[in-house]
Design a protein around this ligand. Sequence first.
Ligand SMILES: [Zn+2]
Ligand SMILES: [Zn+2]
Length: 346
Amino acid sequence: MLAAYLTGIRQVEIRQAPEVRIESEDQVLLGVDVVGICGSDLHYYRTGRIGSQVVVFPYVIGHECACTVLETGRAASSLSAGDRVAVDPLVSCGRCDQCRAGRRHTCRNQRFLGCPGQAGGCLVQRIVMPAECCYKLPPQVDYLAGVLAEPLSIGMYSRQLAGLAGGEKVAILGSGPIGLSALLAVKAGMAAAVFMTDILDRRLAMAEQFHADWTGNPRKSDVVKEILRRQPGGLSHVFECAGEQETIDQGIELLGPGGKLMMLGIAEADRLSFDASEMRRKELMIQPVRRQNESVRPAIDLIASGQVDPRPMVTHHFDFKDSGGAFDLAADYRDGIVKAVIHVSK
Ligand SMILES: [Zn+2]
Ligand SMILES: [Zn+2]
């Protein structure tokens, strides 16, 4: 079978990969249909690493996928061949202290698809996963919406961690796919007002399409001043979705006393700084968000209910053989890209 290998910095090649097969009864063999390119994949593409997770080339990346079940292990009776599924890319051990405490996403023995040192990625024709990672898609949820359940689940989980009860006024700094997923989740959770920023106008237009209440471009105006003019007491929550020092500084300024800075962005820098006196005076909380925890099913349910349709964020579609072109375009934010998907099967 074929896989899209990262063979060096900014190099993707389609090569033969070893065939995979079911090795334990709880597993299923999946035919990969659609793969989403995520900001984290782009970190590996541009720099070969995220923090201490370093790619050893050649390596298959990708962790967002919608698939078709091809074969099931004897104990995987919840699924059958032909089922369409969204995949939770996290394989957890189920035995460690974290798993037992309901924190599978920080499992000490985790294997995450397309995470260097853990497991290979899903930019390949077939993968094997435990059945518990596969969520059947209802008929009204197509493969494209199914692949977006993974980024949307991060928005759902961050909303849950933020403790939003409805009626809050929040800012989301960074309107890429994760910022937009947070927007869809907090709006569905009845946030009263969502202020969104980005340095790319195309993304702000998408945020408006997804019902952001206000958008601003920090390269064109003082977004902090403009938001605080509308919310003089400051905001209760800021979702930082860019991973930049600039947006962290803006978040700290935008928060009111007791506010919470949710950190979803993956910083390319190893260290970031925080205004210590502002943090103390306002008694702010910082909550980093690691991927998501048990939120793929709620994300699929939200899509299936018709309340949320994340599909417009996919602006570009690529054939499997042109996976390199997809990464190239996405890495440089060309052509007004918001999110690209690769169609692995026809
Ligand atoms: Zn992702
Ligand atoms: Zn574990």
